[in-house]
Design a binder for this molecule. Structure first.
Ligand SMILES: [Zn+2]
Length: 381
């Protein structure tokens, strides 16, 4: 079964330079070939991943391209394959009618840099990487036993990490699965509400958000190109990382619990306009609005995306499934008698059916509707 672990790396100064050189080379190759692909496309020609990969060798042999020979060749090949992945994702989004972002060129100013290698190995407490050598690493929770498939090396907020994908040779273990079906309504007031009447509260990120905003302000006051600006920038990246880590811990915990069910039904957010909904999350409009609300909104949106991704993965692992249903009327329909009316929704929190007078928590009512929609307006994921 394929497994992933993420470990912290502690490269020395020379290794750090080599790692950044690899980031730069992968970025160079990616951007050059993405440009080639776009230009070919404009002429009605589609360059396949194979054709793009074939261009790597001439790129290395051209004058001025020698630096590409000094870095991990599998990293460059993987960078080329990423172009194909970016295109496929782009066309999938177009098809689904979601927010469409065309494959972007990579910038060296991105706070997150990475590359993927296909030939790495573990020696004692070190990770051996081609062209870089043995890098000090911090392994935790037992040893990685099995064949390494890929290693993604990343740099963010002054820290180096490696995500190691490996095959442990064991059969996929089916986790606990209680055979139940539930519906969940994700929202703004509560993070999620389940059809078995459980409220999952939002994680409190106030402190982390405040720290990010503070660091952003400090950065905005620093003169462009100054040393202090660099410092402020790396501090901001650290605060962002802290926020992300806390949020991810929360999402892992919640999805682990929910994935014990056999079937989880959710609204298809590709159809639903979540950004509109997320706007309602600005709890305190008087607070220096734009920065805070913008951040809140993007955190919410990213959280939902990550939440569904993790939930689907964990459900599948446990032999269950995630079902996405059409979100039409889930908030206006009475889960008791089926009566649909805007008037049913008396406030954000309360649902009172104008026909049968059933009074319910609005999120709970929606989660039951989502569950009931399975098999009717289903769009299986
Ligand atoms: Zn009713």
């Amino acid at each position: 079964m394929l497994k992933v672990v993420k470990i912290r790396l502690y490269p020395n100064k020379v290794q750090q330079q080599l790692i950044h050189k690899t980031f730069g080379s992968c970025r160079f190759v990616y951007n050059q070939l993405l440009d080639a692909k776009i230009k070919a496309y404009e002429c009605g020609d589609n360059l396949s991943a194979y054709e793009l990969k074939k261009r790597l060798v001439p790129m290395k042999n051209v004058e001025g391209g020698e630096f590409l020979k000094e870095v991990d060749s599998t990293a460059l090949q993987n960078a080329v394959l990423k172009i194909d992945v970016a295109y496929k994702n782009f066309f999938r989004r177009v098809k689904q009618g979601g927010a469409v972002g065309f494959p972007k060129f990579k910038s060296k100013h991105n706070s997150y840099q990475s590359y993927q290698t296909s030939t790495a190995s573990i020696k004692e407490n070190k990770l051996y990487l081609p062209k870089i050598g043995e890098v000090k690493a911090k392994f935790h929770r037992g040893k990685i036993i099995g064949k390494i498939k890929t290693v993604t090396l990343s740099y963010e907020a002054g820290q180096y990490h490696a995500s190691i994908n490996y095959e442990d040779g064991l059969k996929e273990s089916v986790g606990s699965n209680n055979g139940r079906k539930i519906g969940i309504d994700v929202g703004v007031k509560a993070f999620a509400y389940t059809s078995d009447n459980q409220k999952i509260k939002h994680i409190n990120l106030k402190k982390e958000i405040a720290n990010v905003i503070k660091a952003q302000k400090v950065l905005s006051r620093r003169r462009k190109g100054s040393k202090n600006r660099q410092k402020a920038k790396s501090k901001l990246a650290k605060k962002h990382l802290k926020l992300k880590n806390k949020r991810n811990d929360f999402l892992h915990k919640v999805t682990k619990k929910l994935s014990e069910n056999q079937t989880v039904a959710v609204e298809n957010l590709m159809i639903k306009n979540m950004s509109k909904k997320a706007k309602g999350s600005i709890e305190n409009p008087n607070m220096r609005a734009s920065a805070k609300s913008g951040l809140n909104r993007s955190i919410l949106q990213q959280s939902w995306g990550k939440f569904f991704e993790l939930l689907e993965y964990k459900l599948k692992r446990n032999g269950g499934q995630l079902i996405k249903v059409d979100p039409k009327y889930t908030s206006q329909k009475c889960s008791c008698c089926g009566h649909i009316s805007k008037e049913n929704r008396q406030s954000q929190a309360n649902f009172i059916c104008t026909k049968c007078h059933t009074a319910l928590n609005a999120d709970y009512n929606a989660s039951v509707n989502i569950l009931n929609a399975v098999g009717t307006t289903v769009k299986a994921s």
